[in-house]
Design a protein around this ligand. Structure first.
Ligand SMILES: C[S@@+](CC[C@H](N)C(=O)[O-])C[C@H]1O[C@@H](n2cnc3c(N)ncnc32)[C@H](O)[C@@H]1O
Length: 209
């Protein structure tokens, strides 16, 4: 989350009531085990976008424990929608499989592997793509998934402002490469795509094809 927005986010979160116990349980597990998941206000916005866009065929890069995946599956169920989700880490992949099964979520196809490779082998097309994995590879994920995106489709990129490091002078120098890559990626998106950058959550990028 962008540190500048902490108060606003706290306020928004105090207004969001999550009544689904399955979601709450996953959220609790993620916090206790230090697993990064989308924040509540980003989850609300993601649901809103899926709803107004009437998304049916969604691709997610970065499943983790299936938290955002479960939210997506529930949101697109009304459209008979299906989620395809990719995770590189075997342990979290297995937790996500278990969560989907335990929570009776059946409209999901999960892949274990590096999205860089998996994306090359997907034959379907998608009307909504959610990118939420390693930030240093965002440009590559974008290029590969844009090819799979249908006309009028949307790509939703989370954490694109990387804790605000992109516009701060002082940030841990070990992140320099990622910061440079993300800055170039944003310039590329502005110059070549129908793109909007929202200073919200940890920064959200939206592209419409
Ligand atoms: C921020 S977490 C995803 C959180 C999840 N979308 C949620 O909100 O519930 C990022 C995930 O991306 C996975 N990941 C990182 N690089 C990846 C890659 N190259 N291919 C597939 N998954 C990757 C990580 O293992 C991690 O579980």
């Amino acid at each position: 989350m962008l540190p500048e927005l902490e108060d606003a986010n706290q306020y928004i979160n105090s207004k969001i009531s999550i009544i689904d116990n399955r979601i709450l349980e996953m959220e609790k597990y993620a916090i206790e085990n230090n697993i990064p998941i989308i924040t509540r206000e980003v989850a609300e916005y993601l649901k809103f976008m899926l709803n107004i866009h009437k998304s049916k065929n969604v691709l997610e890069i970065g499943t983790a424990i299936g938290y955002s995946g479960s939210i997506i599956c529930e949101s697109i169920k009304v459209n008979n929608g299906m989620l395809t989700t990719i995770e590189i880490n075997k342990e979290t992949y297995e937790i996500s499989r278990n969560n989907f099964e335990k929570n009776n979520i059946t409209n999901v196809k999960s892949y274990l592997g590096d999205a860089v490779d998996v994306l090359d082998n997907l034959n379907d097309s998608y009307d909504f793509i959610f990118i939420d994995a390693s930030k240093g590879q965002y440009h590559m994920f974008f290029e590969k998934s844009f090819k799979l995106l249908e006309k009028d489709g949307i790509i939703f990129i989370d954490n694109i402002l990387f804790r605000g490091y992109l516009y701060k002078e002082n940030y841990p120098k070990r992140y320099k490469t990622i910061v440079n890559k993300l800055n170039k990626f944003i310039e590329y998106l502005y110059s070549n795509h129908n793109f909007v950058l929202l200073p919200f959550g940890d920064g959200i990028g939206l592209v419409k094809k």
